[in-house]
Each structure stands twice: as C-alpha cells, then as structure tokens.
Write a protein that binds this ligand. Sequence first.
Ligand code: PMP
Length: 385
Amino acid sequence: MPIELSDRVQTVPPSGIRRFFEIAEERDDVISLGVGEPDFATPWAARDAAIASLEAGKTSYTANRGKRELREKISDYVADRFELGYDPAEEIITTAGASEAVDLAFRALVDPGDTVAIAQPSYISYEPGVIFAGGEVLSVPTREADEFKLTAEGLDVAGAADADLLVLCYPNNPTGAIMSEAELEPIAEFAREHDLTVLSDEIYAELTYDGEHTSIATLEGMRERTIVFNGFSKAHAMTGLRLGYALGPSAAINAMNKIHQYTMLSAPTTAQHAAIEALDSCANDVVEMVDQYDRRRQFVLSRFREIGLDVFEAEGAFYCFPEVPEGWTAEEFAEDVLREQGVAVVPGDVFGAGGEGHLRVSYATGLGDLRKALNRIEAFVDEHV
Ligand code: PMP
C-alpha cells in the first residue's frame, strides 16, 4: 500500500523556481541574482558570541518563547528603531526564522474556510502556509502604476472586505516597494472598518534607502489587530542561524506559543546568543551593509534603464523588479537569459498576482558580479530585442 498523502499537501504546487535550478546546473559560469539572502557573513561579534556560548556548553533548550534577555533586547530594539512597544513576557516570541513565526500565526488564527487576503506579488511562503492551515487564499494584486504599494481601492476590488486576515510585506519581497505612514493609513482604516487581523512581515524593515520604515502596528487602533514578524536573517545576515520573532497582543502570541511549545520547543539556542550580541553591538555592521546594498541598488537600477528595461524605483529590501520587453513572458525571458547568458533571475509570476511580466533581481551579490551579470543581460537584450 503506498503511503497516502494529505489533501492539503497535495493541493500546494511545487515551487515554481525548481526548474531554474536544474537549468542552472547545466552551466558552470552562472551568476545568480536569484537568491533572497545576504551575501555578507554574519557580523563577527555575533559569530564570536555564538562560538563562546558553544564553548561554555550553552547547548540546552531555552524557555519556549526564547531567552528572557533576548526578548528584552528585542523589545528595546523595536521600540528604539520602529516605535513599537511590546512586553517581553507576553507579547514577544522568538522562533526558528520569521518563517516559523508566520506559520505559527496562520495555524493559531486560521480556521478551516477562513479567508486570508494576501497582498501580492509577495513572498512565496504565505500561500502554502494558509493552505496548510486549512484557510482559503484571496489574492490582492498590487500594480506597477502604484509602485506596487497596496491601496484601499485594491483591497476593495479584490473583495478583501469579507476576508478574515490580511497579509502584507513592506519593504516587499519581490518588488522592493516600501510604504510610508501616509500610504499605510488607508490600509489601516480598511482593516479597522472590516475587522481584519493584519499579519505584517517586516523582515526587511532595516533595509530602506529613502526614509525610515513605518510599521502598520504603530497606526491608530492597529496594535490590537496586528502581528508583526521580523528576524535576524536579512539585516544581520544570519539566515542559516534561523532566528526570527513575532510581536503582538498577548492572546495571539500565547496561542502561537502553544503550537511552538509542542512542535519546536524553542528557537535555536546558539542563534539566540548570537542575536543578543547582534542587538548589543552590531548596529554599525547593519548600517554598513545597508550602505552597500544602496550602492548596488543604484547601480542595478541605472543599468536596467541604460539597457532599456523599465524598472520602477525600488526603495527597500534587496530586490528590484524590472519589466520584461514586449513580446516576452517573464518565464521565457528568465529561462533564455539563463540558458544563453548564464544569469539567473526569478520570473515575477512565481510571487503571485501582479508579478506577471516582471523579473525579481536580487542585488544581495557583490558589485563585481552584478556588473558582469548586467553586461550579460545587456548582450541578451541587444541580440533579441
Ligand atoms: N519573509 C520574507 C518576506 C522573506 O523574504 C523571507 C526570506 N526570504 C522570510 C520571511 C523568511 O525569513 P527567515 O529566514 O527569518 O525564516
């Protein structure tokens, strides 16, 4: 008898980018602008703290929500950087990456048949997370004409007034869009009016290049209906250490902790030691990395414009989202530029509604490789367009 798989797991299609990895393996000179992770190593002070904790034998579980000292530092950090006020005892949980936090929120808040509106294009894990939790996905497309910012009109047209939850991610993966306080206000108003719980993925909050990040949870009446996700993967270049966190009202965080304590017990202990140090002493490292990303961003945007591909002014995260030339689908363009020129980018469709006809280009890669990759894309465009 073959093992019978659950309907839920079978409903979710395999990741749309797997095929590209197979093509990439056919060449040995591929430059990848496809990945969503920093090319920087974790700042040394954080690595040293992790090593010291191992040497001291600190390898046990921690409290389910994470070390108290870490939650206190997170509380201070988000207050200082983003004007968010959360109690370390009841309103903060640390997790194995922001990914676990997002998954816990879906499982803690979604009942079978509940509708979760997702502002798209967006990070690829939200949709499967909703389906695994038994919910229904409602895509809310954003448009290049709005610089991929979510609008109240877009929510209304998509039918989000009847949804139970709304997921948004600014600074955005894959577009690099950010939203200001003034632009978030109508979204907050919509959420209040239609009684939506908001899941706000703010993992790129440190990575903005013009102006500061605003959390929707700081807007009037939003703290009590919002869960904020953040973590150490992006700003502190700690992807492999697996440490994220969620902030929210105690009832929701306690419910998430209930699942976490049975499924994960606690976030990785070594990573928690690294994270305490990261918050203590690595603010300058973050500033330096952000400065490098900004230089790369300006270079990539100006090169795409020289090449003749339309690209809107991405202001956050480490992605830009150029349009493919007329006559191409994003998938065709991405596949051919990979086969012919050995440059890997991701077709925008993978990220859901609104991503069609675009490419996600990550600039979490050194300027030398970015230069080469853009030259190759230029050669490709010169030959075919
Ligand atoms: N949210 C977004 C928007 C992301 O881009 C990513 C990573 N690509 C994650 C969450 C997952 O982060 P983590 O490593 O903390 O699980």
